[in-house]
Design a protein around this ligand. Structure first.
Ligand SMILES: Cc1cc2nc3c(=O)[nH]c(=O)nc-3n(C[C@H](O)[C@H](O)[C@H](O)COP(=O)(O)OP(=O)(O)OC[C@H]3O[C@@H](n4cnc5c(N)ncnc54)[C@H](O)[C@@H]3O)c2cc1C
Length: 248
């Protein structure tokens, strides 16, 4: 039996040798470039990872600028594991020392990524009702990772496009809209005012689906409550709570 990964908890000893849901590896990655998306939202691209994460997971992202009081944030992978670059998406809030340090990154600068994990992932095979992906603002990031991976897998993908629906709600722009709109899954984008009706339509169309919700804490909690009120059972709801965001 191979040795457990450094820092693995005792309960991990029985895990299979390839651990997709958790890794404690320390990975230094070089920054390549940042692209403006809308408002203060930016995508940051890095050299690709040698290790394979699962779409929907997040990583501990550490900036190496000296003197930064809180240099680590949890950040979702916005890129797919099969993509040739590693991408993350950030809202560069002026009030955040971390985000301002991020904005100062020079091409070639190293950041440290460690302990990528999370169970906000699609099952290997689609359940009967498929899945509905509900994104608030930059909560679209983990869904971009999932959908781009399915696109790159092509005919080898275990999820057919009709098994998936996407509903993206945002106050400003719709992040990654051009590339996601080109994918052949049912998808809709709307503002908060139209969201309740759009959600109800999804529930009527897919009462047996798994529901994935990603975004700010307030968004994730309120959508979960709306789904429960519409009759979706709690065990069919998956959450990716971007803690630390008041709103997206
Ligand atoms: C699973 C997961 C995935 C995530 N994925 C992403 C992602 O893909 N992209 C991303 O950007 N973030 C993501 N986050 C959130 C991320 O970890 C940070 O919490 C978030 O980006 C806020 O960081 P910050 O440096 O801007 O705020 P922080 O400085 O950490 O502040 C946190 C809190 O304090 C408040 N605050 C801070 N400074 C001020 C101030 N001056 N005045 C008033 N209020 C203030 C903020 O509003 C916020 O409520 C994710 C979180 C989790 C748990």
């Amino acid at each position: 039996m191979s040795a457990p990964a450094p820092g693995a908890a005792a309960g991990d000893l029985a895990a299979p040798p390839v651990v997709f849901r958790q890794s404690v590896a320390l990975l230094a990655k070089n920054f390549e470039y940042a692209s403006p998306e809308h408002g203060d939202v930016w995508s940051f691209d890095f050299e690709p990872l040698a290790e394979r994460f699962t779409p929907g997971q997040y990583v501990h992202f550490r900036l190496e600028e000296p003197g930064l009081e809180k240099p680590v944030r949890h950040i979702s992978f916005a890129s797919a594991p099969s993509e040739p670059c590693l991408r993350f998406c950030f809202h560069l809030r002026a009030q955040s020392d971390f985000k301002q340090a991020l904005a100062r990154l020079e091409p070639g600068a190293a950041v440290t990524l460690f302990k990528y994990k999370g169970a906000f992932t699609l099952p290997a095979e689609p359940p009967v009702g498929g899945a509905v992906l509900l994104a608030g603002g930059i909560g679209i990031a983990p869904f971009r990772s999932m959908l781009r991976e399915l696109q790159l897998q092509g005919s080898a993908a275990s999820w057919p496009w009709p098994a998936l629906s996407l509903l993206h709600v945002s106050r400003e722009g719709f992040l990654y809209e051009p590339e996601l709109a080109a994918l052949p899954l049912a998808q809709r984008r709307c503002g908060r005012a139209d969201f309740a009706a759009a959600l109800e339509q999804q529930v009527q169309a897919r009462p047996e689906a798994l529901y994935y919700i990603a975004g700010a804490t307030g968004f994730v909690n309120s959508v979960r409550q709306e789904l429960l009120a519409l009759g979706i059972p709690g065990d069919a709801i998956r959450l990716d709570d971007f803690e630390g965001y008041d709103e997206l």
